[in-house]
Structure formats: C-alpha cells, structure tokens
Design a protein around this ligand. Sequence first.
Ligand code: AMP
Length: 214
Amino acid sequence: MRLVLLGAPGAGKGTQAKKLIEKYGIPQISTGDILRKAVADGTPLGKEAKIIMDKGGLVSDAIVIGLVKERIAQDDCKKGYILDGFPRNTAQAETLDNVLTDMKAPLDVALSVDVDKDDLMKRLTGRRTCKSCQQMYNIYFSPSKKDGVCDKCSGELFQRDDDKEATIKNRLDVYEKATAPLIDYYGRKGILKSVKGVGSIDEIFGKICAMLGS
Ligand code: AMP
C-alpha cells in the first residue's frame, strides 16, 4: 500500500504513521524526520534547511523531492510506504505523481487527519521530544511521568525549535496556504479518505483501519 498522510502540523500524522508501520509492515517516510537528522548531523543540507525550519517555512521543493525519490527507490519500499509530511504543496504532489507514474506504482490512498485550529495550537506548543530516543510527549495531553524526563529511556525532553509559538503560527499559516489545497487535489483524483483526528490514538487508528478496509 502506497499511502500519503495529510493533515496540519500537530494533527497526529506521525503517531498514526507509527501504528500503520506496525500493522502493514511498510516504512514511514517522514521528510521532517529526514531533515531533522540532516540538521543534527550538521550536513550542508541540514545547515541550509535549519534556517528555514526554525522559521516554520518550507524547505525548497528540489531538496525534499530529491530526498523522497532516493528513499522510495530503496528495497524496503517495494511493498509500499507511508509518506508523512510530503507532499506539502501542489508542485510536490504533481512531481510525486509523475515520478510514481514512471515507476508504474501510483498512490493508493491519501489519508487526511482533520483537527481544529485551537486544538492544534495546544498540541504543538505542548509538544516535547526526547533528545535520546525521539519519543514524543505533550505537557497538556500526554505528559511524561516525571517532568522533563523520558519515560522510556530517561533521556532529557526538549521543545523543538520549530515547536515554539511564533514558528507554530507560521507553520499553520503555511499549512493553510500551501498544503490544505492538497485535500482537494487528491479528492479530484478519487483517492482521498478523511478521518477526524479527535479521540484517543487507538480510536483514531481504529477509524483509519476501518477506512482502509482492514
Ligand atoms: P514536520 O515534522 O513534517 O512538521 O516538518 C518539520 C519542518 O521540516 C517543516 O516545518 C518544514 O520546514 C520542513 N519540511 C518537512 N517536510 C517538508 C516538505 N515536504 N517540503 C518542505 N519542507 C518540509
């Protein structure tokens, strides 16, 4: 199954992607994760991307398209994959379609996870990530047992630069303008499925599985 996950930052795409990986045995491809790794590794690409990511803008199409093309050509993507955070605008979506048409392996589903804007703000400003294992928490909805410490590995929890309030406002604006139109884009292609991203993680996952027919 080749699936695109759509939804605003904070809608819970990444969380659902992790559950889909387990269920379907296909990899998650998160352009945000790939870029954050490049930033952490201090590569030239990472240095360039960090300036844009810290402001909540979009990294250039050429960079992210290059990263995704390279990733989906790998062996573990033969059975399918979950694209999380890509495409982010119509140009990326069109390029992806062209690449997949050439590979004779078009997308099966674009799954949109829908959440209200107020809720998104809380989810994003409350988010904390473990420095060691990347496990995510939320100080409002799913706090760690001990303040600032990861339950899983005792690593230190921190707020990502792009989870700070001004950046988040910008990320949500960018989402409205650049990414939300993709919902119509995939609707017109007849592969759109939408789920309300409210309730527990497992409830949402249950709705997604029912929608995917499994
Ligand atoms: P995410 O974790 O998906 O919210 O991504 C974090 C940041 O990485 C975004 O705010 C963008 O700056 C950048 N980014 C991730 N995916 C893309 C993409 N497909 N196109 C452009 N920029 C991206």
